[in-house]
Write a protein that binds this ligand. Structure first.
Ligand code: ASP
Length: 465
């Protein structure tokens, strides 16, 4: 152990250190803190050398960290001592000849993270082997082989990683695995799910993306449940598609399986953040039971055939239209050599007149422009209003109810697959390849709870447990 690690005031300097000394407190003490801003109970965490000199950091029992300014402290009482060791040993996965073989590909994200108590940050340092070490139930579900491809938070996933992931997923299928699970950060999981849906088509086995909103050191972590259900669905489930498996309701009753091209992260922090949009989820999964909700899914097969088309042209972009957008935004993209633009338009697929000329210039430069919707639900319908008809005449191609992010990913992929054939790109963009466009949206799909409305209240009372 280094001298810094032995320091009982690790990372604390100046007035924060003084207040600890005054009340006989060191790092890893469980304390009751009386402050001018209320009472707190929690564990005193070490701090990094670069943190400020003014605050004590407590990890509360809820799992949240709170900073307490030294000059608000009235009293600190030590109620215990608990040195936290968050290094989980890598464990070799036990095998059972009767279990399905599942491949877990790690890319990073909170599910592969633990809290770094030195900096207070969540760091991607949780290898797939450690992951098993902390969720031993996995051994009752399948024989798991793990491979860490990347260790990044998902904002750092992108085309380069999509291609590697698609190839690795294809390899696992050809090697004969009964299912593939991909651990991923939740923030951009829906982009990667879309990329895999196009790049790895008609797989014979489930390909399931999973993540967690809360890291595994927090009592309310969803990591274990998500991983258990995802692994079960991959090894035993009958649906052979690219899917996302995350918390369903706000409680830990079950997980939902969402089709990879119809899913989106919809809340920054709640665990049931993933929702199927424009459709309903494919199935629920809980405690070794998968219950389909829809019936149009592709079933598991015995062969190892899969169409891997790992290609992506990065000269594509997604532009979120806003009133007042100027033409130079579109012109700049064309000048910079972008080959494809997906617009997330308002209403039924609209943009203002200011950018019409720029759209025309884009068409003349051979840049393909597609229209999707900011509303996320519903279809692009450009024949209803004059605006829509005018935009259609400028060569903008409507994409029905394809989600904006999915359209962006699909366009990058389509241009990658057909680099020299714009007509083929258009044909591919307007043909549903992996459920990215549905014929209609179900009446029981669009359901957003707005608290207090009588019919919602009545519904909640019936189903809330
Ligand atoms: N920022 C994290 C990520 O997307 C969040 C998470 O994993 O939930 O990588």
């Amino acid at each position: 152990m280094s001298a810094a690690q032995k320091d009982p005031y690790r990372g604390y300097r100046g007035p924060a250190r003084e207040v600890m000394k005054k009340f006989g407190i060191t790092v890893w003490c469980e304390v009751r803190a009386k402050t001018t801003r209320g009472e707190f109970e929690g564990l005193v965490l070490p701090r990094s050398e670069t943190s400020d000199e003014l605050h004590l950091v407590l990890k509360l029992t809820s799992g949240y960290n709170v900073g307490i300014r030294h000059d608000t402290v009235l009293d600190l009482t030590k109620v215990g001592y608990r040195e936290a060791h968050y290094q989980i040993p890598e464990k070799e996965f036990p095998t059972d000849a009767g279990h399905p073989e599942v491949k877990l590909l790690g890319t990073g994200g909170t599910i592969a993270s633990r809290l770094d108590y030195r900096t207070g940050a969540v760091i991607p340092a949780f290898s797939p082997g450690e992951l098993y070490g902390s969720v031993p139930e996995l051994a009752e579900i399948c024989n798991l082989e793990t491979e860490k491809l990347f260790g990044v938070f998902s904002e750092n996933m992108g085309p380069e990683q999509y291609l590697i992931l698609a190839e690795k997923t294809g390899e696992a299928i050809k090697e004969g695995f009964d299912g593939v699970v991909i651990g991923h950060g939740t923030d951009t999981m829906h982009h990667t799910a879309a990329a895999l849906s196009f790049m790895v088509q008609k797989p014979p086995v489930p390909i399931i993306m999973v993540g967690s909103q809360r890291s595994s050191d927090r009592p309310s972590s969803d990591a274990a449940q998500n991983l258990i259900n995802a692994t079960w669905a991959a090894g035993h489930g009958p649906i052979a598609e690219v899917m996302v498996c995350m918390f369903g309701p706000t409680s830990d009753l079950y997980n939902l399986l969402h089709r990879g091209t119809r899913v989106r992260k919809m809340h920054s922090s709640v665990r049931s953040t993933f929702r199927t949009l424009g459709d309903i989820p494919l199935a629920t999964v809980e405690k070794g039971k998968l219950t389909p909700i829809k019936d149009d899914w592709l079933p598991r097969r015995d062969d190892k055939d899969v169409l891997v088309q790992a290609a992506f042209d990065e000269r594509v972009t997604l532009t979120y239209y806003y009133p007042g957008m100027n033409a130079d935004v579109v012109d700049a993209l064309v000048e910079k050599g972008y080959k494809g633009i997906v617009i997330a338009g308002t209403g039924l697929g609209h943009v203002n007149r200011l950018i019409y000329l720029a759209l025309e210039r884009a068409r003349e430069a051979g840049v393909q422009v597609y229209m999707t919707l900011q509303t996320l639900w519903g279809f692009v319908q450009m024949h209803v209003y004059e605006t829509g008809r005018e935009i259609l005449e400028l060569g903008v191609i409507p994409l029905a109810n394809m989600l904006p992010e999915v359209a962006y990913i699909k366009l990058g992929w389509a241009l990658g697959v057909h680099p020299d054939d714009p007509e083929k790109v258009k044909e591919l963009m307007t043909t549903s390849v992996a459920g990215e466009v549905t014929e209609r949206e179900p009446h029981d799909g669009y359901l957003i709870f707005q608290g207090g409305i009588p019919e919602v209240q009545e519904f909640l009372e019936k189903v809330w447990r």
